[in-house]
Design a protein around this ligand. Structure first.
Ligand SMILES: [Zn+2]
Length: 189
């Protein structure tokens, strides 16, 4: 029998949109030979009763953070990998660590009317932001993403959002900047 190290981490450290997207994938996962296949575009995920396992072997192929993972998610995976782990278990019963930010209420059961995945900034609802084109300041900007049909919500729900962005005013690929909503319109360089 082979021994290998694992890490455990509270699901509260996962950004809410990403946590919800993975829960949705698990909920709608197809089965192959009776086993749940969690069809994440980057990660190998195994669902368990209190959360899910993420296999860390993909980091051999992705020494830099892939676009589909947030810096917060990546920091958790990288920390576990650095500790020598092969798997990281996200577990709602694991106490949060003071080394990582905590995102609100991820362990709650989702409201059956759905629709929480778009609350990208749920960690700090007071600090609402807008996203603008760094070149022209327009809000007419888009990002590449994938969505999945949700039978319960009866709508397409957002999965991952990628870094690639487009400005409709510039009519070309754009760099985006975050600005406080209703605050200064100062552009980040
Ligand atoms: Zn623009």
């Amino acid at each position: 029998m082979r021994r290998f190290p694992v890490c455990a981490c509270s699901t509260a450290h996962l950004p809410r949109a990403e946590h919800d997207a993975i829960d949705l994938l698990i909920r709608h996962a197809p089965r192959r030979s009776g086993r749940i296949i969690v069809d994440h575009p980057i990660l190998s995920i195994e669902a368990h009763q209190y959360g899910f396992w993420v296999h860390l072997g993909f980091m051999d192929d992705w020494p830099e953070r892939p676009d589909g993972l947030s810096p917060e998610f990546w920091a958790l995976l990288a920390d576990a990998r650095k500790a020598g782990a092969n798997w990281l278990s996200f577990d709602r019963d694991e106490p949060p660590s003071d080394r990582f930010p905590v995102f609100a209420a991820v362990q709650e059961e989702r409201d059956p009317t759905g629709g929480t995945v778009e609350s990208v900034n749920a960690a700090s609802p007071a600090a609402r932001i807008t996203i603008r084109c760094s070149a022209c300041g327009s809000a007419e900007v888009m990002r590449d993403a994938w969505a999945r049909w949700d039978d319960d919500a009866q709508e397409w729900v957002l999965g991952a959002v990628f870094d690639a962005a487009f400005c409709e005013v510039c009519e070309k690929d754009a760099t985006l900047s975050e600005q406080p909503l209703g605050g200064s319109q100062h552009k980040h360089p």
